[in-house]
Design a binder for this molecule. Structure first.
Ligand code: MG
Length: 382
């Protein structure tokens, strides 16, 4: 039987790669809904190819263009972020791939879980902001959360069939394009340089986060929630070749790793097809070409965001929500040349100090904290 899927953020990097997989395996997957923020032209093209029941464009201003372009097809056309939060609850959907960027992923993910849909989670900010809420809801609704992030997919694969407790998660990091830059060089980094990742081809937000190691910080928090470990059980190891996608160490000292060439198609396909493994034509790893793999300790004096993430994870409550909001604003400002590369960390640090800390937040507290932290971060930037 085909799996009926909704892809939130279908025109982004993860969304388009997910559709590559659906195109390759038409006997396994059916597209029920596609949603996009802004990119109406690509959404039209995707809708014509995959013939979903519903398409949603977040930006209302683009609704007429979308509606008009699909008027000869029986596809429902909706607009606005409320429509996205609504469409995920549609009865025929079995799995929701959350591939939109940032905090906006939270509400639709909550609704999809409450409606009993399996979640293929590509929006790491959802767990960073409200990990406790999401994991509790998933357990209550007996909904599996299948990680799409390559590291978490690796950890998930390492744990398949294991019942033993985790001693330690070894979260690998490429180190980004500025791994060898000193502080002086980091200060002068431009957005063009930061947008060039050595190994992975990704969207702008996650590419900047990778360069600043915030991505690894967000992933550490994501791992903490997905695999129910403490921050102190997660060790970040810089592995510039990005071949080992992460590892799990058990209490008998054994370490299990998942390896492969850096290509997001694999973790996306694994989540969409889970528990099956579908045949693929992805390029195979050749050890003789690879020759060596290296490892180093991350430097949190140069890449302070990683230290902030550990601090936020240990503090718990709404601290990671605050950090995430400040980071989203800082990255946006960096992409508009309004702050320098190192200044992003200052914005995050100051926002974490100033925003209101809540020990046991409910959903409305997260919404409030997110707004507060964004406005504090904007003030610092101005
Ligand atoms: Mg990743």
């Amino acid at each position: 039987m085909k799996r009926n899927i909704a892809i939130l953020g279908s025109t982004g990097s993860i969304g388009t790669q997910a559709l590559d997989i659906v195109r390759e395996h038409p006997d396994h997957f059916e597209i029920y809904a596609l949603t996009a923020n802004e990119n109406v032209d690509l959404l039209i093209q995707q809708a014509r190819e995959f013939n979903p029941e519903v398409v949603v464009i977040t930006n209302d201003a683009k609704y007429d263009q979308l509606k008009e372009a699909l008027s000869d097809l029986p596809i429902k056309v909706w607009a606005g972020s409320d429509s996205i939060a609504q469409v995920v609850q549609s009865e025929p959907i079995q799995m929701v791939l959350t591939a939109m960027v940032g905090y906006s992923g939270l509400k639709p993910t909550i609704n999809a879980i409450k409606a009993g849909k399996a979640i293929a989670l590509a929006n790491k900010e959802t767990l960073v902001v409200a990990g406790e809420l999401i994991t509790t809801l998933a357990i209550e609704n007996k909904v599996p959360i299948l990680p799409v992030d390559s590291e978490h997919s690796a950890i998930f694969q390492c744990l398949t069939g294991e019942r033993a407790p985790i001693e330690k998660i070894i979260l690998t990091a490429s180190g980004g394009p500025f791994r060898e830059h000193n502080l002086d060089q980091l200060k002068k980094v431009t957005k063009r340089e930061a947008l060039k990742h050595p190994n992975w081809d990704m969207g702008a937000k996650v590419t900047i986060d990778s360069a600043s190691l915030m991505n690894k910080g967000l992933e550490m928090i994501e791992a903490k929630w997905l695999f129910d470990v403490t921050p102190d059980q997660i060790e970040v190891v810089v592995h510039p070749q990005s071949i080992i996608h992460s590892m799990v160490q058990f209490e008998d000292s054994s370490i299990i790793a998942q390896l492969g060439l850096p290509d997001m198609h694999l973790p996306i396909q694994y989540a969409l097809a889970y528990p099956e493994r579908l045949k693929s034509n992805f390029e195979r790893l050749d050890f003789f070409k690879l020759k060596s793999m290296t490892f180093e300790k991350p430097d949190t004096d140069r890449f302070r965001n990683l230290a902030f993430a550990f601090e936020a994870a240990r503090k718990k409550g709404n601290m990671a929500c605050i950090m995430n909001a400040a980071n989203e604003i800082a990255v946006e400002a960096f992409l508009k040349d309004r702050v320098g590369f190192l200044e992003m960390s200052e914005v995050i640090e100051k926002t974490m100090q100033k925003a209101c800390y809540i020990q046991t937040p409910c959903y409305d507290d997260y919404v409030q904290s997110d707004m507060e932290a964004r406005s504090i971060a904007r003030e610092f930037i101005n």
